[in-house]
Design a binder for this molecule. Sequence first.
Ligand SMILES: *Cc1c(COP(=O)(O)O)cnc(C)c1O
Length: 421
Amino acid sequence: MPSRDDAQRLDDADPLAGFRDRFTGDGPGGLWDDGPARRIYLDGNSLGRLPRATPAAVARVVEQEWGHGLVGSWSHWVGQATRVGDLLAAGVLGARPGEVLVADSTSVNLYKLLQAGVAARPGRDVLVCCADDFPTDRYVVAGVAEQHGLAVREVTADVDTGLTADDLAGVLDDRVAVVVLSLVAYRSGALLDLPAVTEQVRRSGALLLWDLSHAVGSVEVDLAAADLAVGCTYKHLNGGPGAPAFLYVRRELQGSMRQPIQGWFGQRDQFAMGPAYEPTEGVERFAVGTPPVLATAAVEVGAGISAEAGMPAVAAKGRALTDLLVALVDERVPQVRLASPRAAHRRGAHVSVEHPQAWQLTQALVDRGVVPDFRTPDRVRFGPAPLYTRFVDVWDAVDRLVDVLATDAHLGYPAERARVT
Ligand SMILES: *Cc1c(COP(=O)(O)O)cnc(C)c1O
């Protein structure tokens, strides 16, 4: 069984150890005091921590670009969504310049690209999504299907180990227009093989729209092999609460795809203020209205840190952190069951465990400085984000979990779920 000294040795050898200092709050007197009772944040896959450089970067846009530059700053701001998109493309997504746009929320981008995909597959009358996918993905698919009179096939996968090629083969045929799948499952962390699954869907003639929300910034993503994708920037990319999302459309498909919201930011020669909508060339045709300039400045900082660290190193550390967590839970916490893939190459950077009082356990851990989150029906989800989580943090978090269970401390917490978990 790995000891705390073993965990410390992994930290000493960690090539990404220095990146922890890029985030606020550590060290004596900091919000995240480094003493024995320190907080251990294992929810970076839900909301990433604040980079030290972000407040100044946002303040510069507020005070100088807005405060002094006023409307004159638009000449700089109009390129921001594609500039940060290109940073994501090259630094974390494996895409080419001009294929990624930062805009809107993940839900809205999913809606836009799903509508564009349906329009690009006329005559096909079925949409496919995963029965265990994140709610917004299933709801958007159901809404678009209803609008066009399409049928929805929800493919069922093992909730813990994820979708297999056989599961998918059972729902694909020449009626399917678009398939929506998450590369990393939000509950279990199960990771799919992006090139292989994309190829399987392409062979059926359908389009595959990937949701990368839990994958971007935690695993290597090879969008060169994909057609359509969306994802969050406030999870592993540390862009901040409500940060705008991104969308990806393969260069060769852009000219033939139309999105459903004909806004002026997607218009060719926007300031000609012409009589009719005519979508511009390139990925900007998937833009809608005035972009969130302040929030995108924070995305640029967060995404830049991941790009600098390099996704091969970040993904490798994610596998090592979750490997340690799995090994410790196996050895020390027989009361819970692993609810994630056991093989590290089949996981993103989070794992879940099942326990009948998972919600009470989550509350007890938060009170003891460990911040995971609860996911229905009975999962505690641990997301040790590779950029700022140490191996000793994982060791100490499991140690506190052992203590809670040994003393039944969790039974003192309400069983009824709070509004936000
Ligand atoms: C987090 C997440 C979202 C969030 O969508 P928003 O529009 O940003 O609220 C969507 N899909 C998946 C798979 C997610 O994990």
